[in-house]
Design a protein around this ligand. Structure first.
Ligand code: CA
Length: 230
């Protein structure tokens, strides 16, 4: 069965262009031209990846993103953004999204990002060998692909989980943002470091006692990040 990808985009030219090319790659494509239609189709279909335009006539794409994240935690989300939105609003439109791509984009780049995200989403669904990373107060359960802090489950997106796993597997090392990009997104030349920082900030909000004074995921200035044991 082919993977289902939703494209939410009100500009018909972009929507058809993406849909035709994804179908050619063997994906099943579900099209939505406004937020309401997207919400209905997400509820009716087992979507693997959602491509969400930010500027829409009815609901803001970031609200669609939040809705998906709250209700379908394992859907991969890529935001389609305009250049003007990129500068100052990454935080806002990244609310729960795994990735973003700036218009105009090439199909080659979009496909690369979809494939990279699909690998993370599918890893989340796999049953792996019995394996736990125990770093008190955290337990990363690789069977269930879940993170626990003091035995309380912390909800992480597939991308956030991949980052936490990489950091926890390398507790003695400082990891550069290039290394994190390469490990988690698969190709560091296509991406901006900001996506690493945005995800780290979101993870800190979920796992740190005080996200403004992180003690588990520490910043290595001018380099990257390091996971510290208690
Ligand atoms: Ca639009």
């Amino acid at each position: 069965m082919s993977d289902k990808i939703l494209i939410l985009e009100d500009e018909v030219g972009i929507r058809s262009f993406v849909a035709i090319n994804l179908k050619r790659e063997g994906y099943e494509v579900i099209e939505a031209q406004n937020g309401q239609e997207a919400l209905e189709k997400i509820s009716e279909n087992n979507i693997k990846i959602a491509l969400l335009d930010v500027m829409l006539p009815d609901i803001n794409g970031t609200d669609v993103c939040k809705y998906i994240r709250q209700n379908f935690e394992n859907v991969g989300i890529i935001m389609l953004t305009a250049k003007s939105q990129e500068e100052d609003k990454i935080e806002g439109f990244m609310s729960g999204a795994d990735d973003y791509i700036i218009k105009p984009f090439s199909i080659k780049e979009l496909l690369f990002r979809i494939n990279a995200l699909l690998r993370r989403v599918k890893k989340d669904e796999e049953v792996l060998d019995t394996n736990k990373v125990v770093l008190p107060p955290f337990i990363l359960d690789l069977d269930k692909r879940k993170l626990f802090k003091n035995n309380k489950e912390i909800e992480l997106t597939p991308t956030e989980l991949a980052i936490v796993k990489y950091l926890m597997d390398n507790t003695k090392k400082s990891l550069s943002r290039e290394q994190i990009l390469q490990e988690v997104w698969g190709n560091n030349s296509l991406y901006d470091f900001k996506i690493v920082d945005v995800n780290i900030r979101r993870i800190r909000n979920k796992i740190e006692d005080d996200p403004s004074k992180p003690k588990y995921i520490q910043t290595v200035w001018g380099y990257g990040y390091c996971f510290r044991k208690e």
